[in-house]
Design a protein around this ligand. Structure first.
Ligand code: PLP
Length: 406
């Protein structure tokens, strides 16, 4: 059963428009979700009535902005069930959160000859920062392989762990395959060797309840814009004792206690990792995105998206030449596909002309494309406001264009 989302959908004014004379069908949600009215209004209200820099003003607006900014930190803490609000660091997005850990954690803990383990289905954001760290410290990157269905090979993972491993980094959900990875099991396995785990949660937080304490991971990263919030804000959750030991990532205002030309002492958590003026308005509006998800009910969102994904998958498999990449039993609302030998860009362009927005290409996961020996895929991804009728529109469009492409 899909939920009745007509009221939810009304909160997203952008969806109510035509593209090339056709109603917009927005299926590029894994790249970024649309924003409900309350998020857009919170952002514009902030600039219309409240804009002020935080933490150091003696005036009303600065105090109000500081309060709202810090309130969002508590909201995020609650949302992912972190132990402390000072374990929540605001960043620009998942990419910056991972770069922060890859730089700062590795500065403290990675030495020549050490190893870092990532998975073969990571986004470039969870590959390149670790490669850079390995380059700086003369360490080695090891990769967990995955099966044709898109399931991580945990047996091989166990074999990769050894006394040189310093950290494991893996995504909660693959943005290309949709696979939901068994994070709890990965964390338990790594922790048995005293190795911390960073989880890239960019594709998870808007699709399922995330409980940091239950997952047991040491770092968790996500972006506001993929969870109905604004662009320009992201979150790094980090375990207090690890964050405490890690040196600052960037230097500047806010992250210091005392500065002389001889020596600087650093601020306490989380400010040690928030150098300079943050994107205050985006953080303030992020709270409204969390409210939106919780009021809608994350379980309801998940059930609705699962139902759409199942229906779309079944209908797509009826199309001749259709191949879906990522068929793990545990997956979110991402369908990556190719039709025959058609280039994904051609499929995407034709769908666009019919008003349907999908993403084409390697989705910042070139190693996944190499694994399958393909140039890229077409990716349709669903969010809470998508409807069964929109799936029907997609299927009708695919049936129409498939013969042109084969
Ligand atoms: N990790 C995953 C799994 C993603 O899907 C993305 C974005 O597509 C990122 C990281 C990077 O997120 P951002 O560009 O918001 O920093």
């Amino acid at each position: 059963m899909t939920m009745d989302i007509s009221n939810t959908r009304k909160l997203f004014p952008i969806l109510d428009q035509e593209i090339y004379g056709k109603p917009l069908v927005y299926l590029d949600n894994a790249a970024t979700t649309q924003k409900p009215r309350q998020v857009i209004e919170a952002l514009s209200d902030y600039y219309l009535t409240q804009n002020s820099n935080i933490h150091r003003g003696a005036h009303y607006l600065a105090a109000k902005s500081t309060e709202d900014y810090e309130q969002c930190r508590h909201r995020v803490q609650e949302f992912i069930n972190a132990r402390h609000s000072h374990e929540i660091v605001f960043t620009r997005g998942t990419t910056e959160s991972i770069n922060l850990v890859a730089y700062s954690f590795c500065q403290e803990f990675l030495k020549e000859g050490d190893e870092i383990i990532i998975s073969g289905m990571e986004h470039h954001s969870d590959i390149v920062p670790w490669q850079l760290a390995c380059g700086r410290h003369k360490a080695k990157l090891k990769v967990i392989p995955f099966s044709d269905e898109g399931i991580l090979d945990l047996e091989t993972f166990r074999g990769l762990l050894n006394d040189k491993t310093r950290i494991v980094a893996v995504n909660h959900v693959s943005n290309t395959l949709g696979t939901i990875n068994p994070i709890k099991e990965i964390v338990e396995t790594a922790h048995a060797h005293n190795i911390p785990v960073l989880v890239d949660g960019a594709q998870a937080v808007s699709h399922m309840p995330v409980d940091i304490q239950s997952l047991g991971c040491d770092f968790y990263c996500f972006s506001g814009h993929k969870m109905y919030g604004p662009m320009g804000v992201g979150v790094l959750y980090g375990r207090e004792d690890l964050l405490d030991k890690m040196p600052p990532y960037q230097g500047g205002g806010e992250m210091i206690k005392d500065v002389t030309f001889e020596k600087t002492t650093y601020n306490e958590l989380p400010f040690k990792f928030e150098a300079g003026t943050p994107s205050v308005g985006d953080v303030v509006a992020l709270r409204y995105a969390i409210d939106f998800m919780q009021e809608t009910g994350i379980e309801n969102i998940a059930a609705h998206e699962q139902s759409l994904t199942r229906y779309a998958t079944e209908r797509m498999m009826e199309i001749s030449g259709m191949h879906i990449y990522g068929t793990a039993p545990d997956k979110t609302s991402v369908i990556s596909f190719l039709i025959g030998n058609a280039h994904p860009y051609d499929t995407g362009t034709l769908l666009d002309k019919l008003g349907i927005a999908v993403r084409t290409g390697h989705h910042c996961t070139q190693p996944i494309m190499d694994r399958y020996g393909i140039p890229g895929t077409v990716r349709a991804s669903f969010a809470v406001y998508n409807t069964r009728e929109e799936v029907d529109t997609l299927i009708a469009a695919l049936n129409r264009i498939a013969p042109m492409l084969m």
